[in-house]
Design a protein around this ligand. Structure first.
Ligand SMILES: [Fe+2]
Ligand SMILES: [Fe+2]
Length: 304
């Protein structure tokens, strides 16, 4: 059995001090937004309670699906890299970027480049699917399970949090799904934005959700994990190789304050059984007191 923990939308705090020089364009609005309310919603103490629980349960692997930072300040990327190291070594942790990690156009060396060890294939994955020069999608293989990591993060105008994969990345994803399916692996697709059309509006959604949905139907996948909407959602998509389960997870740092969808992560237990798969999801959420984590859901997603 392989255990995979999935968390998303870290929105790491406290925010480093922003210099006047860094606050231009979209960041000015984000800065005002953060101080008006988001900093009360996304709390470091809540995140720490959640991550302590994950680390303590020692899953085989941990997937972080984006929005690690808030305004895309260079110092935020350094702090997020430190946080990733605290979560575990690159062999056991995979990260992909979200729209907040591409808040403004930034040279990779000053931005997500700091997370590079956590954003690359492993040897077994590379043997099956070569990583393109654009870095995405990259594939990691762990025995019967393969992670296919995508980037839907693109810089956008203020008030827009949309994402896009683009035709080149979609084409490579199609080839990867085919090859990994041929190998009989349990395919887990990681993406920040919700993959299905209608899961988020034009301003916040994945621009090529329709194309991605068709691709998933045509090539098949077993599990698709995403964030962005900051809520727990579960959909089933019928594909050529059986059902693909699509799960969105709430933000990992969201304090309980009247909203139901507070900080939570999901743990997946995946096992090959006869000619099919057994996959169970265990939801673990931060309690109202914000002091500990409890098992809020347990559900068999697949048993064939
Ligand atoms: Fe987010
Ligand atoms: Fe997002």
């Amino acid at each position: 059995m392989f255990t995979l923990a999935h968390l998303s939308d870290i929105h790491l705090s406290p925010m480093p001090r922003a210099r006047h020089l860094d606050l231009f364009g979209k960041r000015v609005l984000g800065f005002v937004n953060w101080h008006r309310g988001r900093k009360v919603v996304h709390r470091r103490d809540v995140l720490d309670v959640l991550t302590q629980d994950i680390v303590g349960r020692e899953p085989d692997h941990i997937a972080v699906t984006g929005d690690l930072v808030n305004l895309g300040l260079p110092e935020e990327f350094v702090l997020a890299a430190e946080w990733l190291r605290h979560l575990g070594p690159p062999e056991r942790v995979t990260a992909i970027p979200g729209n907040h990690d591409a808040y403004v156009r930034l040279h990779p060396e000053r931005g997500t480049g700091h997370w590079q060890p956590y954003m690359r294939s492993n040897e077994a994955g590379e043997a099956l699917v070569r990583t393109p020069p654009t870095a995405f999608p990259f594939v990691q293989r762990f025995d019967d399970v393969a992670l296919i990591a995508l980037s839907s993060a693109i810089p956008t105008m203020p008030f827009v949090a949309a994402g896009s994969l683009g035709s080149a990345q979609r084409a490579l994803l199609g080839l990867a799904l085919e090859e990994l399916g041929r190998q009989g692996l349990f395919r887990v697709v990681l993406i920040h934005h919700p993959p299905l059309a209608g899961q988020a509006g034009w301003r916040r959604g994945l621009r090529d959700a329709k194309e991605l949905t068709s691709l998933l139907k045509e090539k098949g996948a077993e599990l698709v994990l995403h964030g962005h909407n900051h809520e727990q959602t579960l959909f089933e998509l019928e594909t050529v190789t059986g059902p693909a389960i699509i799960v969105g997870v709430p933000s990992a740092s969201e304090a309980v304050s009247g909203r139901i969808s507070a900080a939570r992560y999901n743990e997946y237990r995946i096992a090959k059984v006869n000619n099919g798969w057994h996959c169970e999801m265990i939801g673990r959420a931060v309690a109202e007191s914000n002091t500990h984590v409890w098992e809020c859901e347990r559900r068999i997603l697949r048993d064939v």
